[in-house]
Ligand binder design. Structure first.
Ligand code: ATP
Ligand code: MG
Length: 209
C-alpha cells in the first residue's frame, strides 16, 4: 500500500505488438513493480505513422494477440482506443483517450523503449505529452539513450533484465521456419500458426482477403 496515495497509477504500454513478445511483458511487469502501478493498459497502435512504409499485420490480429498474452495477469488489460480511432496513431491522442476512459484522477505512466524515447522530442505536441503523463524509458539490449535534450524530471529510465527480443526478429524467425517458442507466450505461437501470420503461406492467404 502506498503512503497516503489516493490516485490510481496507470501504466500505458503502446506498441505495434506484431507480435507481442516476452520483452514487452517483462518491461510492463518491471515498470509496474518499480512504480507501484495499479494496472498496465496495453494499447496496440492503429496505423503506426513511424512504420507507414512497412507492412503491419491487421489491427484485429495484433489486438487479439495482445489480449491472449495479457489475459492471465489481473493487472494487465488491453485498450482498443488506438485501433478504433481512424487514421495514424499519435501518442497524444492515446493519452487523451485513455484519460477520458479512466477519468482525471489517474496518474499516467507511459512506458516505452529507450530506442523510441530517443525520438520523443520529435513527437507531435511533446510539451502536452509531458504534462499529461510521466514517461518511463526501458533500456533494452543494444540501445543506449543518446539524446541529451530530454527535459529533466519528466522521464525515468528503468533497466529491464536483458531480453534481446524484438517483434522484427520473431517475424523473421517465422518467415525462416525457425521456432519462436519461449520468445513469445505459448498462445501467441499457436495464434500465429493458426492465422498463418508472417509466413509465405500467410502472405498468400492475406493477399486474397
Ligand atoms: P519491431 O521490431 O517491429 O520494431 P518491437 O519489438 O520494437 O517491434 P513494438 O511493438 O515496436 O515492438 O514495441 C512496443 C514498445 O515496447 C516500444 O516502446 C519498444 O521500444 C518496447 N520494447 C520492445 N521490445 C522490448 C524489449 N525486448 N525490452 C524492453 N522494451 C521493449
Ligand atoms: Mg520497435
Amino acid at each position: 500500500m502506498r503512503n497516503g496515495a489516493v490516485t490510481r497509477r496507470l501504466g500505458i504500454m503502446g506498441g505495434t505488438f506484431d507480435p507481442i513478445h516476452h520483452g514487452h511483458l517483462v518491461a510492463a511487469s518491471e515498470v509496474a513493480h518499480h512504480f507501484e502501478l495499479d494496472e498496465v493498459v496495453f494499447v496496440p497502435t492503429g496505423q503506426p505513422w513511424q512504420k507507414a512504409d512497412k507492412t503491419v499485420s491487421a489491427a484485429e490480429d495484433r489486438y487479439l494477440m495482445t489480449v491472449i498474452a495479457t489475459a492471465s495477469n489481473p493487472r494487465f488489460s488491453v485498450s482498443r482506443v488506438d485501433i478504433d480511432r481512424p487514421g495514424p496513431t499519435f501518442t497524444i491522442d492515446t493519452l487523451r483517450d485513455i484519460r477520458d476512459v479512466y477519468g482525471p484522477d489517474v496518474e499516467l505512466y507511459f512506458i516505452t523503449g529507450a530506442d523510441a524515447l530517443a525520438q520523443i522530442l520529435s513527437w507531435r505536441d511533446a510539451d502536452e505529452l509531458f504534462r499529461i503523463a510521466h514517461f518511463v524509458g526501458c533500456t533494452r539490449p543494444g540501445h543506449t539513450l543518446h539524446d541529451p535534450g530530454l527535459p529533466d524530471g519528466m522521464i525515468s529510465l528503468t533497466e529491464i533484465p536483458a531480453l534481446a527480443i524484438s517483434s522484427s526478429e520473431c517475424r523473421e524467425r517465422v518467415r525462416a521456419g525457425q521456432p519462436i517458442w519461449y520468445l513469445v507466450p505459448d498462445g501467441i505461437v499457436q495464434y500465429i500458426g493458426k492465422r498463418g501470420l508472417y509466413s509465405a503461406r500467410g502472405e498468400i492467404a492475406d493477399s486474397g482477403e
